[in-house]
Design a protein around this ligand. Sequence first.
Ligand code: ZN
Length: 254
Amino acid sequence: MKSFIRLLLALVLATAARAADRETLTQFSTIPALLAGLYDGEWTCATVLTNGDLGLGTFDQLDGEMIVLDGRCYRTRSDGNVAPVAGGEKTPFACVTFFDADLVISNLTAGSLAEALTALDRKVPSPNLAYALRMEGVFALVKTRSVPAQQKPYRPLTEVVKTQPTFEWRNVRGTLLGFRCPAFAKELNVAGWHLHFITADRQHGGHVLDLRLANQTAQLDLTPALRQNLSTNAAYLQLDLSGDSTEAVRKVEK
Ligand code: ZN
């Protein structure tokens, strides 16, 4: 009987641990490290997918924009086309969570990304938590960018994005997804919203630069736990991260 109770307890604890994991935003490397040009892949996409089924990031050599949706990993290449990614491919930066909708925001209408983000900011229960967002539907406009693979010596991200290819789709069906991190997370991740897009046919996508919304519905997942994985490669260990990255983040996100 005692062993049965122990087994039951173990099962309950394991279930609780799994539930807690689902409420975690798991991050690999940091935005300031990426800004500094640390583009060598360190974690496999398979590892990323064991930590979440929705998220974003980039790939080894900054080769495109990562989109994780429904437990699958996709790459937007620098021509805007999307392809599935094998589990062995590596990433220098990614963040994921297991998406469970805690909050639904309907009737979102916005003439620009800035307007959409302001509207979403008004709806989040607090600026002090992290959130994952998923929005399905037909979008009046989505403008994205992707980035081509870089060669060593790597240029900082602020230089790379000066020549970023951009793409625009109108009346396009797809999924908008990403995260909102608190302002205090700015030396780890993007403070505020960071969104990627993938079309419903999984053929196109990228990092979102602009969009228009008409009466759309967003699902938000509150993620009160943050798990930060740091790089252990030599370039990271020698990096000077004492500066403020706010201005550089603004340049690469816009
Ligand atoms: Zn992005």
